[in-house]
Ligand binder design. Structure first.
Ligand SMILES: [Zn+2]
Length: 220
């Protein structure tokens, strides 16, 4: 039961393009997308205590507590479990800490799934900062648009025409905080998956297409 479902996890510094890769994998294999950023953004729309506290926390670039993250995963996984046609899913943005990695294994085990592959889309801290400080988000649909080179001419979202704004959590101070947090938290997670023989490191400083080819080689 559940053994045929493919569960893939993507790790990488903010701005590594792992979200883009996640969506390419989703399309290629017909999987469901499970993005923690998306789940958190949906949750912060709700006007209650946690909704407004999440807006505050994320605007400051602080880490969302694990108990909130795991509650949201459980809700999402419960929904996935109701889908008879589910072929698997791609995790984008989780886990963020070692304790979350352990919680995630527990949650997956509960639902009789397990992670098949963990891809680390590897880019330098410098590239991460430059990419993050230079991107905008659509107010309407959430799509991200870079603010560098040829993308600077783009004034509105090319998907829905919505207004583009600098992301709250992409302001320089928040970016620096996120990157520092990333570096502290990520190494133990990487080691955790190396120990499980699931981690595959991909050079994320190539073109989107080349990164995707490297990922595909390790799935098929
Ligand atoms: Zn849009």
């Amino acid at each position: 039961m559940g053994k045929d479902e493919l569960v893939i996890c993507l790790l990488g510094r903010p701005g590594s393009g792992k979200g883009t890769q996640a969506k390419l994998i989703v399309e290629k294999f017909g999987l469901a997308y499970f993005g923690s950023g998306q789940v958190l953004r949906e949750r912060q729309q709700i006007n209650d205590y946690t909704g407004s506290k999440l807006r505050e926390t994320m605007a400051k670039g602080q880490l969302v507590p694990s108990f909130i993250a795991s509650k949201l995963w459980a809700d999402k996984m419960e929904n996935f479990k109701q889908e008879p046609s589910l072929k698997g899913f791609v995790l984008d943005g989780s886990p963020r800490t070692l304790s979350e990695a352990r919680l995630l294994d527990e949650a997956l085990d509960w639902y009789q799934w397990q992670i098949d592959r963990v891809f680390l889309v590897d880019i330098s801290g410098e590239l991460s900062f430059n990419r993050l400080a230079k991107r905008r988000q659509c107010l309407k649909c959430g799509r991200l648009t870079p603010f560098e080179e040829q993308y600077k001419d783009i004034k509105v979202c090319d998907q829905c025409g919505g207004q583009l704004i600098a992301r709250m959590d992409d302001k320089p101070e928040a970016v620096k905080k996120r990157l520092a947090t990333y570096d502290i938290e990520m190494q133990p997670i990487v080691d955790f998956y190396i120990e499980q023989k699931k981690l595959i490191k991909i050079n994320g400083e190539q073109s989107i297409k080349a990164v995707f080819q490297d990922i595909l080689k390790n799935i098929e």
